[in-house]
Design a protein around this ligand. Structure first.
Ligand code: ATP
Ligand code: ATP
Ligand code: MG
Ligand code: MG
Lengths: 163, 173, 163, 173
C-alpha cells in the first residue's frame, strides 16, 4: 500500500513540476511531510513563482494559490487520465494574463481529450472551439444555445430550438 | 471514447427536453448566474452515478426533478462513441476495433410517499450500477468523478490542510 | 445576553431583507433554527431570487450564494456601521449584471462612508471615483499608481513616484 | 472620521516607502495576481492591531518584514482625519467640534534571536494597544475587523454551517 502510494507520489510530483512551470512559469514541487511514513503526515506544496522566493501554498496570493492548485489538478489528470474533463469556474481568482495561460494549457490538452469548461471570462471563451450559451427563460427553464467558434454550426436541439 | 451528446429531460432547471451535442476538443459554457450551467454538470454526474445527491446540491434524489413542470420523472442520457474490441464470435484475425455508439441513461421518478425510484439504462435496457461502472472503467472513465472539478473545488483545494491534500493522492494510488 | 442577541437579530434581519431586495431583486429573509433558544441552533438564510422558488442558501448557484452573502454583509454593516469598509475580491463568482448591481450598491453607500474595493472586474473599477493600480516591479517590489476617475490627479507618492 | 492616507515602509512586498492617499467615497484597487493588493489590506489590519499574523498570511510577525531589502524594520502609518470634541479646558460654550488629523503607526523589528519587537505609536509617541483601541471605538472604528471583508470571506460565508453563521451575529450583539 505504501509502495503504491510512493509510486503515485513520484509520478504526480513530476507531472506537477512540469504543469507548474507551464502555468506559473516558475518552479514548484510537492514534498511529503513524513517521507518515511507518508500516511503519518500531509502533502506540502512549495513554489517559487517567477521572480519570487520559495513559499508554501498557504502564504501565496489568491490567484497564485488557484494557479498552483490547477497545476496540481493537471498533474493528477496526467497520472490518472480520462477521455473527458470538466472544469466548473476554476478561473475565478485569476487575472487576465493567468486566465489566458490557463486557457492555452487547456486548449493544448484538448487536442487529445474533451474538455468542458464553465467560465464567465471572455479570454477563456474565445480560446475554445465551441461555446454553449446557457440562459434562463421565464416559464420555460434553462435554454441552451450553441455557438461554434470555428464557423460550423453545432447547436443543441430539443426544447431550445434545433441546430 | 468521447462524449457525443447529453440529453436532459425535466432535470433540475431543464424543464424541456434538451439534447446538447458536445464536440471533440475544447468546449466552454457561459451564461448568467443561476441560469443552469452547473446543473448541466450535475446531470453528467447523475447519469454516470458518480455523485451523492448532496454533491449535486440536492438534499434527496427527488429534488433533482424539475419543480416547474407537472411531470414526476427526470431523465438524463449520455451518448458516447468509442472504439471497442470486436464482439465475441467475430472472425478470427479481424484486426480492427469496432466504432460503436452507446447510450447511458438514468431515470428518477417521484413515488406516492414522496420517495424516489431510480434506475440506470444501457442502450435502453435496465443495467445495474456495478455493471455500468465496470463498463466505464473498461472505457477509461473514472468512476470516482476525479475528472470533474466542481465549482469551488479549486478554492477548497487551496484551503485544505496538508493531510487532506495527501488523502487526495491516497485515492489516486 | 439572549435579549441583546434577539434585538441584534431583528435589526440585521430587517436590513438583510432590504439589502437582498436591492442586490438580488427578490425576497430574502433570515430565520433562526431555534427561535425560543437561539444559541441552540443556527441561522438559516432563505431567499426567493426574482422569478424562482424559495430556497435555502445551500441549494443556490455559486453566484446567487455570493450575492446573498453580500446582502448579509451589507446588513451587518448597516447595524454596526464603521466610517470605512474594505472588500477584497468579493465579486469573484458574479456575472456582469450582478457585478454592476453590486458596484452601484457600493457607490450609493460610499456617499457617506469610505469604501476600498479590490477587484479584477472592469465593471466595478469603472464605477469608482478613484482606482489605485498595483503592480510588482522586479528588484523594486510593489508599486502603486493612482488614477482618479473624475479627472483630478490623486496618486500616491513615495517609492512609486509622486502625484 | 475618514482615512486620509496609508504609508507602507518595508512591509511585505512594499520594499520602498510608499504613501498612498485615499480619497473619500468609492476607491477601487486593481492589478495582477501577486502584485500586492491584499498586502495593502494586511497593512491596514496590521497598523490597527485587528488581526493575528495568520490573518495576514504570515506565520509570525517577522514574516511581515520585506525580505527583499536589508532593513530589519517594517513600518505602517495610517493618517486619519476626524471631528473631535474640543480638548478639555477649551472655552466653555464653544459649539463646534475641532477638525484634527491623527496618525496611527506600528513598527515591527527583527531582533537577534529571530524574534520580533513591535510597538504602536499615536502621533509619533508610543501608545498601548488597549488605549489605541479605546480611541478607535470612540471614533466609531470596529476593533473586531468586521468592516474588512478579506479575500475568500464571502465564499467562506456561503459554505459555513447555520451555527457558524449565527455565531457571526453573536459577535455583533
Ligand atoms: N429541481 C429544480 N427545479 C427547477 N429549478 C431548479 C431545480 N434545482 C435547481 N434549480 C434552479 O437551478 C438554479 C441553479 O442553477 P446552476 O447552479 O446551474 O446555475 P449556474 O448557471 O451554475 O450559476 P452560477 O454562475 O451562479 O454558478 C437555481 O437558481 C435553481 O432555482
Ligand atoms: N515579507 C515579504 N517580503 C516580500 N514579499 C512578500 C512578503 N510577504 C509576501 N510577499 C509577496 O506578496 C505577494 C502576495 O501579494 P498579495 O497577496 O497582496 O497579492 P494580490 O495582489 O492580492 O494578488 P491576487 O490578485 O492573486 O489576490 C506574494 O507573491 C509574496 O511573494
Ligand atoms: Mg455554477
Ligand atoms: Mg489578493
Amino acid at each position: 500500500k505504501r509502495t503504491a502510494f510512493l509510486d503515485a507520489f513520484e509520478r504526480v510530483s513530476e507531472a506537477f513540476q512540469s504543469a507548474f512551470a507551464e502555468l506559473a512559469r516558475g518552479e514548484g514541487r510537492l514534498r511529503l511531510e513524513a517521507p518515511e511514513d507518508p500516511f503519518a503526515g500531509g502533502l506540502i506544496i512549495e513554489a517559487r513563482p517567477r521572480g519570487k522566493k520559495l513559499a508554501r501554498l498557504e502564504a501565496m496570493s489568491g490567484g497564485e494559490k488557484s494557479l498552483t492548485a490547477l497545476a496540481f489538478i493537471f498533474a493528477l489528470q496526467e497520472v490518472n487520465p480520462a477521455p473527458f474533463f470538466v472544469f466548473d469556474e476554476v478561473d475565478q481568482s485569476l487575472d487576465g494574463v493567468n486566465t489566458e495561460v490557463l486557457a492555452e494549457a487547456i486548449r493544448a490538452r484538448a487536442r487529445t481529450r474533451q474538455y468542458v469548461v464553465i467560465s464567465h471570462h471572455r479570454v477563456m471563451l474565445d480560446r475554445s472551439s465551441q461555446t454553449l450559451g446557457v440562459s434562463m427563460r421565464k416559464g420555460w427553464g434553462t435554454v441552451v444555445t450553441g455557438v461554434a467558434m470555428d464557423g460550423a454550426e453545432g447547436g443543441p436541439d430539443g426544447g431550445a430550438g434545433g441546430g | 471514447v468521447r462524449v457525443v451528446a447529453l440529453t436532459l429531460d425535466n432535470f433540475k432547471s431543464f424543464a424541456k427536453k434538451t439534447r446538447i451535442p458536445i464536440r471533440p476538443g475544447f468546449t466552454t459554457v457561459s451564461g448568467p448566474n443561476g441560469s443552469g450551467k452547473s446543473n448541466l454538470i450535475d446531470a453528467m454526474q447523475f447519469v454516470l452515478g458518480i455523485a451523492t445527491s448532496k454533491g449535486m446540491r440536492a438534499e434527496r434524489l427527488t429534488d433533482l426533478i424539475c419543480i416547474e413542470g407537472n411531470k414526476t420523472t427526470a431523465r438524463v442520457s449520455l451518448e458516447l462513441e468509442g472504439e471497442f474490441e470486436p464482439p465475441a464470435g467475430a472472425t478470427e484475425g479481424a484486426t480492427g476495433t469496432v466504432r460503436r455508439r452507446l447510450e447511458v441513461s438514468r431515470v428518477v421518478r417521484r413515488v406516492k410517499q414522496g420517495g424516489a425510484q431510480a434506475h440506470y439504462e444501457l442502450d435502453g435496457k435496465p443495467v445495474r450500477l456495478t455493471d455500468l461502472h465496470d463498463l466505464m472503467r473498461e472505457l477509461g472513465f473514472p468512476t470516482s468523478g476525479q475528472n470533474i472539478v466542481l465549482q469551488g473545488d479549486v478554492i477548497r483545494l487551496t484551503s485544505m490542510g496538508g493531510v487532506a491534500r495527501r488523502q487526495v493522492l491516497d485515492e489516486l494510488a
